[in-house]
Design a protein around this ligand. Sequence first.
Ligand code: AMP
Length: 304
Amino acid sequence: MSKELDLIIVGSVGLDSIITTRESRENILGGSASFACAASSFFSRTGMVGVVGTDFPASYRALYEQFNIDLEGLQVQEGKTFHWSGEYEENMDNRHTLHTELNVFEHFSPHLPDSYCDVDYLFLGNIAPELQLHVLEQVRNPKFVLVDTMDLWINIANDALKEVVSKVTMLTLNESEARLFTGEHDLLSAAKALLELGPQYVLVKKGANGSMLIARDGSIFMIPAYPVMELHDPTGAGDTFAGGLMGYLAEVDRHDQAAIREAIVRGTVVASFGVEKFSVERYQSLKKPELGARIDEFLEMVRV
Ligand code: AMP
């Protein structure tokens, strides 16, 4: 079955405890790979690369299977699953990490099943850059590689992160991370500095303000976020955005700039569903026609 895979996603797989001013939830399914794979599954069958402990609930594994995610690359190791907790302020923009327990993630070494090594599309979700490099070394000849990161790695693993960025097609990060990584306040200057590291594209996430794609050829594409009425939990929105984008590229098997723009639209809309509920819960009820209708609605909103 996994021979049919066009896309694999590596990232964290874990249990999250989330506090918002409206509602709090404990030990819900989280991690960058969980969010990204759930989102990409609407477009492409996706292989997940990650690690869980022996305490990982069978119901969450069943959920991955419900999304038709290939789990051959998901390792199970003796010990506890990665756990992260965070608290949102009233405005839902500011978030504070309360705890990060790496657990089995601490000694994770991603070893890809043979059938994953020939995929065309690879998403290196947010994990330590050394692990992202290890995955890159195993995938033989990918057509398109996207990498995501976070402030932690910019601060503590800068050289390894630069090496990863030099080997990928596209880097995605949020505005504050782009500034932190480059020391440039102005976003275009930051993007230019990032492009000099090697990728063809830099995709800057601007939260509720959407995203901006800057290409090596100098072209710029900007799109707002879909205006969400029911914002319950923004955790993982960057991951679902990137997962949807990569799922679409793998589905159409194109990675020219026109396809990338179409993919950003899909990523934006898939991510807008994800924040309407906690964890990946909204995706459990989401059907393709509803997703398609919102994509059409969004395209109409941005049309001039
Ligand atoms: P985001 O909202 O895009 O920052 O993604 C949130 C997800 O990232 C949560 O589900 C967490 O489990 C996961 N996460 C938090 N800290 C880390 C970390 N240091 N490495 C990898 N994943 C993390």
